[in-house]
Design a protein around this ligand. Structure first.
Ligand SMILES: Cc1cc2nc3c(=O)[nH]c(=O)nc-3n(C[C@H](O)[C@H](O)[C@H](O)COP(=O)(O)OP(=O)(O)OC[C@H]3O[C@@H](n4cnc5c(N)ncnc54)[C@H](O)[C@@H]3O)c2cc1C
Length: 504
């Protein structure tokens, strides 16, 4: 950061959900020292969405930037470690009914090249093992219910995310932000005052107070109070690409043993998440209201959880899937659900929140708090939305579940991007997936190994095996060595629950 930068500005954040408090903490950590004041306004009467319990590895760097360590925040949020996501029931191809999407780690360089290699030859019809679970240490750690934190002498860090209670995380971040000097106001915004040039001038609250600011951050959730309602930035819906628009969430008792992975299982009209916390399991069913009612979804989820006769309440939620055309418009930045949402299948929303705030901070520091980089910023965020959307769409297009209209319509859905068509075509032509993804310049949204895992994890291979001699190919990588390497590496990691009990 430019050390001579000073800015006598007032940033007003509307919304006290995870997005609002993440923005407040990151901006306070970076900018309070240069003279910026931050105020956060929220309405307890409206409340927060209170879901969003899984993260990507990016969240660790958020806590690092605000100076908070795992032993402080994890116990406060009933948090657990996440090695990745297991997908159950998405493919019915024999041997591929379940696969694991790991987070990337440097140690994968010893085992994953065999999968990259084998997958090319399997697509040429040669009978080599290509199930991704065999090639990633994280998959083994998840299978063994282990933490991703190695013993001291193990020289490789492992990529990991977290599971946490969204409400507790919100409270934790609120306390941190307030302690850092963020001014916290409770009240409902009834009106947004505008300047003559079209910028936002102030927020007018239900108690008669008015809050004036220079920069406004819209974290008002699906309401989009500033970006969508006041500034009228259009919303680009993804409903043609992704059918799910509703969810129902029901907690269940803690899992034994304590898992270190999210599980995503297909349901009749969508899929269910299973997120293990230290004190409960978070469950939810994400579904399409065009295909089933809220009541049907709740019964299907309760049946899956064995909670049909339980009095534990269910929470029903609506989701608006898509993005705004511009995330930074005039003097307003939209962050979180107000800027858009892609359904939670890969738990990417908080990752987006963090990247949006970080990108905004960088763009302002580069331009001394002007709008010089606004267009470039919006373009990058939009491309990221589209890149992530395509990966999520791939789950539905590649799925071979076909027992309901929902699944049949998904796999026949013509609304897929040219980019996604190109990836699948390249895969079927036995192209090197790394080259395909790099040529498309989309490796920063989902890297080649993620595409490799989804395509090989669903068993997207020709059924017909070739009758050409196979020995050289089959023996290039010794898979017994891969198994042994992964098994022995896993001995350096401890049981998830034992680790959490001991350290936190
Ligand atoms: C079913 C589901 C599952 C999800 N799972 C995941 C997941 O696993 N991982 C992940 O990363 N994300 C997930 N998400 C997304 C995640 O929940 C959100 O990105 C995250 O909680 C941030 O929400 P938010 O802060 O933008 O909005 P909210 O939590 O809705 O907060 C909005 C805030 O704005 C305030 N507000 C609104 N209007 C006004 C007004 N007029 N005046 C004053 N205050 C106002 C509200 O009071 C509230 O404080 C999921 C979302 C859904 C719907």
């Amino acid at each position: 950061m430019n050390t001579t930068l000073t800015a006598n500005k007032h940033i007003v954040i509307l919304g006290g959900g995870t997005a609002g408090w993440m923005a407040a903490n990151l901006m306070a950590a970076k900018w309070q020292k240069i003279g910026i004041q931050i105020t956060l306004v929220e309405s307890p009467a409206i409340g927060t969405i209170g879901v969003g319990e899984g993260s990507t590895p990016q969240l660790k760097s958020f806590f690092d930037q605000i100076g908070v360590e795992e032993h402080e925040w994890m116990p406060a949020c009933n948090a657990t470690y996440k090695n990745g996501i297991r997908f159950n029931g998405w493919s019915s191809r024999p041997g591929f009914e379940s696969y694991f999407h790991p987070f990337a780690s440097r140690i994968d360089a010893f085992s994953a090249p065999a999968l990259f290699y084998n997958s090319i030859h399997r697509r040429k019809g040669i009978n080599v093992d290509c199930h991704p679970d065999r090639f990633y240490l994280s998959a083994k750690l998840a299978e063994q219910h282990k933490t991703p934190i190695p013993d001291h002498n193990f020289p490789f860090p492992i990529g990991y995310g977290y599971h946490f209670d969204a409400n507790l995380l919100g409270q934790f971040l609120a306390n941190k932000g307030i302690a850092k000097g963020v001014k916290h106001i409770q009240g409902k915004v009834l009106n947004v005052g505008m300047q003559t040039n079209g910028d936002i001038a102030n927020l007018q609250l239900d108690d008669g107070n008015t809050i004036i600011g220079d920069i406004f951050v819209d974290c008002s959730g699906f309401n989009g109070v500033l970006i969508q309602k006041a500034l009228k930035v259009p919303f680009v819906s993804f409903k043609d690409n992704l059918f799910n628009d509703s969810a129902v969430a029901i907690p269940s008792p803690t899992s034994q043993p304590l898992r270190s992975q999210t599980i995503s299982t297909t349901m009749k009209y969508g899929w269910a998440w299973d997120i293990p916390l230290t004190n409960r399991v978070g469950n939810g069913y994400v579904y399409s209201s065009q295909h089933c009612t809220a009541e049907q979804a709740e019964i299907e989820l309760r049946t899956k959880l064995n909670l049909l006769d339980s009095e534990v309440a269910a929470r029903h939620l609506k989701m608006k899937v898509g993005r705004v055309e511009k995330h930074w418009y005039r003097n307003c930045l939209a962050v979180g659900l107000s800027q858009g949402f892609i359904e939670p299948l890969e738990a990417t929303a908080l990752h987006f929140v963090q990247e949006t705030i970080e990108g905004f901070i960088e763009a302002n520091e580069k331009s001394n708090f002007s709008n010089t980089h606004q267009d470039e910023f919006n373009q990058q965020i939009n491309q990221r939305f589209e890149g992530i959307r395509d990966y999520i769409v791939a789950h539905y297009r590649l799925s071979s579940r076909d027992d309901t209209d929902y699944w049949r319509e998904n796999s026949a859905n013509p609304h897929i991007s040219n980019q996604l068509k190109r990836i699948v075509k390249g895969w079927m032509a036995a192209e090197d997936i790394t080259q395909t993804i790099q040529q498309a310049k989309i490796q920063s949204y989902y890297p080649p190994f993620s595409w490799l895992c989804i395509l090989s994890g669903y068993g997207i291979f020709p059924e017909q095996l070739s009758d050409v001699p196979q020995d050289n190919v089959a023996h290039k990588y010794d898979l017994d060595y891969v198994d042994d390497f992964i098994q022995r590496s896993s001995l350096n990691f401890n049981d998830h629950k034992t680790f959490l009990d001991l350290h936190y």
